[in-house]
Write a protein that binds this ligand. Sequence first.
Ligand code: GAL
Length: 423
Amino acid sequence: MRFTRRAAVAVIGVAALLTASACGSSDDGDGGGSGSKKVEVFTWWADGGEKAGLDGLVAQFGTSCAGQEFVNGAVAGGAGANAKQVLASRLQQNDPPDTFQAHAGAELQDYILAGQVEDISADYDTWGLKTAFPPGLIQNLTVEGKIYSVPANIHRANVVWTNKKVVAAAGITSDPTDLAGFIADLDKVKAKGIAAPLAIGKDWTQLMLFESVLITDLGAEKFTGLWNGTTPWDGADVTKAINDFKTLLTYTNKDRDALDWTDAEKLVMDGKAAYQLMGDWEAADLDAKKFADYAWFTFPGNGTTFQWLADSFVLPKGAKNVEGTKCWLKTVGSAEGQKAFNTKKGSIPARTDASPADYPKYQQAAMADWKSSTQVPSCAHGSACSQGWQGAANSALGAFSTNQDVAGLQKALASAASQFVKK
Ligand code: GAL
């Protein structure tokens, strides 16, 4: 629809331009035109805790950027499964939104290397952001000395969310700390008549679970090496991880390939499952859905590893309202913006000057963990791998969900790595 409307605007462009200049107005009414005060913000935060986070940021934007108008360009679908395709097609057609969400790390570099986003290093200086964010994060946003986006948060991926009642009814009194303990607990829940105690959804959610198993079986350093080319994908440790993952899949719902993360989350909320491995946007979503009976633990065997990812916002080349977009970016990076967003989103602020007391219980724990943990990136959420690599991994996992072919999955993942790893 949007494309059609844009295309129509382009066709009548010359006439409209003449009319507009005659009237002294340059706003084409579609968020475009120099002088537009509309800022189209493109995300996949359309519902629940994700939307609550976005709403918080929008409220702050309204205060900090009076006169500018937020236009919601959200395309629903967890992890941007749909949004990223729509965005790719818009960028290709030179129809960028004023700003869009991109993960810090390899995913952001895709856009930088394709020349689709602007260098905002000078704004970092003006807004005092170079010292507001941790140096490691700045490094993940930087290519050849230039910075291209403003991070809104830090999320954690390797967390298991539980339905406290279901877990207690199975007689489980402590959190499992290794895979054997987790499997023993899954058996206990199963013995209570819950056929699929571990809820899961489609491809990218399976990739998340698999990455957590890889962290357990390989350890943090070798896991990170899988993404930078220093750990081979064809080793016996990866074979073991695939077999462990295969075992875990036997405890999951059979309709997994048709479900988004929120559908799997509902299985936990409804007491049809005990556990779900998911990023900590789940904390915010459960809160938004008023489900209070939940607890969480780090994926068994991950120890003190914090698998991180960060949502950041960019200034696309060709953005129509640069001034308004810069005000959005400034808000995203500000102490007030980070608080308004992260208290509602389940994530922790990327800025180092936040006060934990302002945050709900889960984020207070995550803030403490972030400081003391070993950090590893996520491929499912773009900090570890490029979009091409992520797509290849998602489809390999999707195929495995049906065929359970251990050697086939390992081969597909090894071949994706040799194609996409940066040498
Ligand atoms: C991630 C994103 C999170 C959350 C999640 C589920 O990729 O970084 O902010 O939105 O997807 O949709």
